[in-house]
Design a protein around this ligand. Structure first.
Ligand SMILES: [Zn+2]
Length: 171
């Protein structure tokens, strides 16, 4: 089987593969199965029938936070942003592009800090944009400030390697 993408990031090891994947539409939990990497583009939610991977960040709120941070779920990269924040806007296209690139290994999500003040407070967000990587129900890495694609990709590779206990990818 050939890889579905010509820009696939280094895959986390099998040991770090998620057992469940929360649906970006209805937030229902789905068993990931062992053929995840081969079939992710066609995977659909067993609850609502929607695609489990859409190539775009999902909107994270207090209501769906638990569904997307389950202990056996995908690592979640959260972008804390606001509509009045220039650097947030400049980084948005980069974040969108890398969301598609890192699926199905990482789920990308955005938190509007104006409408989700409780989440921003819980994460002690002091400046935006701030990116937070959540894995096994805890924050494992964060970085503040707008990033270019190359810098964001490099930072995320490193953070994932540390979070999942695997050796860093070469390059
Ligand atoms: Zn669903």
């Amino acid at each position: 089987m050939s890889p579905p993408s010509n820009a696939a990031p280094p895959a986390p090891t099998a040991a770090s593969s998620p057992a469940t994947i929360a649906c970006p539409h209805c937030n229902g939990a789905n068993a990931a199965g062992t053929d995840l990497l081969a079939t992710f583009r066609s995977m659909r939610c067993s609850h609502c029938g929607s695609p489990l991977f859409t190539g775009t960040p999902l909107t994270l709120t207090a209501a769906n936070f638990d569904a997307h941070t389950a202990a056996d779920g995908l690592p979640l990269l959260v972008d804390f942003w606001a509509s009045w924040c220039g650097p947030c806007k400049s980084m948005a296209p980069v974040f969108d592009r890398l969301a598609a690139e890192f699926e199905p290994h990482v789920r990308f999500a955005k938190v509007d800090t104006d409408s989700e003040g409780d989440l921003a407070t819980a994460f002690r967000i002091r400046t935006i944009p701030t990116l937070s990587l959540v894995h096994d129900r805890r924050e494992v890495a964060r970085i503040a400030g707008a990033l270019f694609a190359g810098d964001l990709r490099r930072w995320l590779y490193g953070a994932l390697s540390e979070a999942t206990g695997t050796e860093a990818a070469t390059g």
